[in-house]
Design a protein around this ligand. Sequence first.
Ligand code: FE
Ligand code: FE
Ligand code: ZN
Length: 301
Amino acid sequence: MMPRERTERLHIGCHLSSAKGFLHMGEEAHAIGADTFAFFTRNPRGGNAKPLDAVDAEALRDYMKRHHFAPIVAHAPYTLNLCSDREEIRDFARRTMADDLRRMLYLPGNYYNFHPGSHVKQGAETGIRLIAESLRELLSGLPEGGAPPPVTILLETMAGKGSEVGRSFEEIAEILDRAGADSRLGVCLDTCHVYDAGYDIAGDLDGVLREFDRVIGIGRLKALHVNDSRNPMGSRKDRHEKIGEGSLGLETFISIVRHPLLRHLPMILETPNELDGYRKEIQLLRECAGEEAEGAERSGF
Ligand code: FE
Ligand code: FE
Ligand code: ZN
């Protein structure tokens, strides 16, 4: 009998509600075939977080270990703005993120992803400087890096709607540089956002990844948001679509889940779906990655 070709399992999950606590999210993820997930650290509008339940956090840690989860990707409230033109808004964002990051230390080794911000007519250069200053301050309040660091902060690549900062790899790279190129910083690439920002991941995925490597360094890429887009390349709209039903198309996602530079990364679905829709998309992408061979003999060709 020929030895079965072993490919590492795809690490994939979706955005889940945190309403029923940490362990519940782990169980819900596992039940739909996921081995990672995302959640909002608090109300997306940025209000108060529930008091942290350390016992529940430890239960999730154990559960993730038992079920071989990849790192999870917590998401900051998307209304926070580290580069607002108003000091009280920047300060609120900084304090909220500092509190979120302290909480993440109860789930060590995972990721905390945030939207860099909107410069509101101050210009991208000012936005970049403000974001980098805040990141330096946040990092100074965190334990030093290890391997993996207790928490890694991920900047999300943005579509570029309004005055969003982070629409180009250059902007992300400049924030990282000015924040001290710290090993506790990384990037979460959102497939819908980069396409909307004008990067042709449908026509030339390899070329875009080469560009990412040249400008940012591929080692900074820690996670993916896997979303199709409702709009054409360069539209700067940021409207997510179900996998295979948008302008990126299923072929693009087949290339992504099979790509040697991407397939080991945690992939988070943020598509317009309920839980059962996510379960189907996870199954679809696992099949696209060649996982239907699991437990079956692969025919040689
Ligand atoms: Fe996001
Ligand atoms: Fe996203
Ligand atoms: Zn989006």
